[in-house]
Design a protein around this ligand. Structure first.
Ligand code: PMP
Ligand code: GLN
Length: 379
């Protein structure tokens, strides 16, 4: 058999979580909370199942959830979105992103990806016969270099994938970045796949700018979100895609044959919780910033170099003052020997830079973070 994805193996997240479990290590590798989701949300899921909400929902998602999403977008972004024609509930942002890319990328189309990039984008482009064009985010701050991005655009460029707040670096696009994107996408007639799954996880005095807030950009964008991140239930695998009606229609053509629908009781529970606690997302930035601070303070006496993350729930640590072991090997070694699992940064690049960096997830209980920092300080 000739593989359609010859260079793809099992994802690093699956590998590292398995290794962490095997060695009983603290798992700061794969991104997911190790603390419980809101009790009312968990209760709502049980109630929905017991109330018999166990058969297929509509293909685009339960109407009550799409309406709750529209209200949330209005509340936090002051943007009106049509829940019927512009919101699709998907079984995870991963599926939404795959469907969006598949819906618009044709054979020979070029798609701009900004490295380091989340691992699911490039395979989706490749399976559609497209060519990923990797442009690095700049310097230590992982900021987009718009001159370099513009230079990578050709007549065949169809789509640009952006991700802010950014996994793995924790960087956040500024308003100026969004204006540049708006300008380039309009000027070169590009579509945009905007991965905003960490939209509420922005720290210090920053703010997340959604493509939905820029009218011209919104007209050419798929915006992807994940209830898994916002409500701390990654295993519920539920997210949504917001796109103008014409793009939504194309997305749904694919979605109906990839997954058809998401999970009914999960959707019902999320809708009920969002109805009862519309301000819940406003608590997230402070909650995760405290965790970031706790982790970073715990590392103050370590030999790692780092700039505190400004968004997402990931912290990058530079270990070049400690060892020159390659990051993929070091991750395994430290999982076994130190008892802390992380993710090597090199896996997020087509051409990894000569940097020694690891990604740590701080969506963990305070004592987990403190113990991990204590172990990392001993290196
Ligand atoms: N995009 C990014 C940047 C992510 O970190 C994740 C996390 N898994 C996803 C998309 C996928 O989200 P979901 O679990 O809803 O599929
Ligand atoms: N998004 C999560 C991370 O970056 C992992 C999701 C997955 O395992 N595919 O760690």
């Amino acid at each position: 058999l000739t593989s359609k994805l010859p260079k793809v193996g099992t994802t690093i997240f699956t590998q590292m979580s398995a290794l962490a479990a095997e060695h009983g290590a603290i798992n700061l590798s794969q991104g997911f909370p190790d603390f419980p989701a809101p009790e009312r949300l968990r209760q709502a899921l049980g109630k929905a199942a017991m109330a018999g909400r166990n058969q297929y929902p509509p293909m685009s998602g339960l109407p009550e959830l799409r309406e709750a999403v529209a209200r949330q977008i209005q509340r936090f972004r002051d943007v009106v979105v049509d829940p019927v024609n512009e919101i699709t509930i998907v079984p995870g942002a991963t599926e939404g992103i795959f469907c969006a890319i598949t819906a618009v990328v044709k054979t020979g189309d070029e798609v701009i990806l900004l490295d380091p990039a989340y691992d699911s984008y490039a395979p989706a482009v490749a399976l559609s016969g497209g060519l990923p064009v990797h442009v690095p985010l700049g310097g230590t701050g992982f900021k987009p270099d718009w001159g370099r991005i513009e230079a990578a655009i050709t007549a065949r460029t169809r789509l640009i994938v952006i991700n802010s707040p950014h996994n793995p670096s924790g960087s956040v696009f500024t308003q100026a970045d969004m204006k540049q994107l708006d300008h380039l996408a309009g000027h070169y007639d590009l579509l945009v796949c905007s991965d905003e799954v960490y939209e509420f996880l922005v720290f210090d005095d920053q703010r997340h700018y959604s493509v939905l807030e820029f009218p011209a950009l919104r007209e050419r964008s798929f915006a992807h979100f994940s209830f898994g991140k916002t409500f701390g239930v990654t295993g519920w695998k539920t997210g949504y895609c917001v796109a103008p009606p014409a793009l939504t229609q194309e997305l749904r053509k694919i979605h109906q044959y990839v997954a058809f629908v998401g999970v009914t009781p999960v959707q019902a529970a999320l809708a009920q919780f969002m109805d009862e606690y519309p301000d819940y997302p406003a608590t997230l930035a402070g909650f995760y910033q405290q965790k970031r601070d706790l982790f970073c303070q715990g590392l103050a006496a370590s030999r790692f170099r780092f700039t505190p993350s400004t968004g997402s729930y990931f912290q990058v640590l530079d270990y070049s003052d400690i060892t020159d072991t390659p990051d993929t090997r070091l991750c395994e070694q430290w999982t076994r020997e130190i008892g802390v699992a992380s993710i090597p940064m090199s896996v997020f690049y087509q051409e990894p830079p000569k940097k020694q960096q690891l990604r740590f997830c701080f969506a963990k209980a305070d004592d987990t973070l403190q113990e991990a920092a204590r172990r990392l300080c001993k290196i």
